[in-house]
Design a protein around this ligand. Structure first.
Ligand SMILES: [Fe+2]
Length: 221
């Protein structure tokens, strides 16, 4: 067996630990088998309008660099621009609704401490990390063209898994349990998750900018 074949075999064997945002439909036998997945953190996802994304990109366009990656915090005038439809108000509301799903009621207070923009080009990793806040999120503002995106056999765990995608990880390899879920970054997709949840992105090969907005929020329940 060659090194490449060994890597591919290992990758296929580990795929069972990868969750899917969709319920798999591989069971059609009798009696019906109901499956529950009651444990683990919730990952919220909202779709933001093109107008909302365009507004944020207009603020960011003058600050990112065209030749290399950069990162900057968003100033209050950008965060509050638009009043009730501002980034601050819309994100606060999404966090409130996310918490309501977990607690059964809205939290007493949500304080978003910081919004920042991350601009990346090919070859830049976002090593696996967690955030300091209670709730964090990531909103995709621009996405690159990823080379060989469909080349399943070249993907390995965790290194190079879904290069350019966001990977959320919980625990390690646990039998009969999913421990990784990978989402393709799509402009307008806004993910909301507990700040402690490990996540990261492997460096992609391709062209164009991968631009995302992130936040940290404190929650009083
Ligand atoms: Fe992050």
């Amino acid at each position: 067996m060659s090194d490449v074949e060994r890597t591919e075999a290992k990758s296929r064997a580990l795929r069972r630990y990868e969750g899917s945002p969709l319920v798999a439909g591989c069971d059609s036998g009798e009696p019906r088998l109901d499956l529950y997945s009651p444990f683990g953190p919730l990952i919220g996802k909202a779709r933001m309008t093109p107008e909302f994304i365009d507004g944020l990109n207009r603020h960011a366009d003058g600050k990112v660099r065209a030749d290399k990656g950069s990162e900057f915090t968003l100033p209050p005038e950008t965060v509050f621009d638009g009043g009730e439809k501002s980034l601050m108000k819309v994100t606060e509301d999404l966090i409130q609704r996310y918490i309501c799903q977990v607690d059964g009621h809205r939290p007493r207070r949500v304080t978003i401490e910081i919004f920042w923009v991350v601009s990346q080009y090919a070859g830049t990793p976002s090593p696996v990390h967690f955030h300091s806040g209670d709730i964090s999120g990531v909103l995709y503002l621009k996405t690159p063209r990823i080379d060989r995106e469909d080349d399943e056999e070249r993907k390995t765990y965790i290194s190079n898994r879904q290069a350019g995608y966001i990977n959320f990880l919980i625990g390690g390899r646990q039998e009969f349990s999913r421990s990784l879920v990978s989402f393709k970054p799509i402009v307008g997709d806004f993910y909301i998750f507990p700040g402690w949840l490990l996540h990261g992105a492997e460096p992609f090969r391709g062209s164009g900018e991968r631009r995302s907005l992130a936040f940290n929020a404190r929650v009083e329940r």
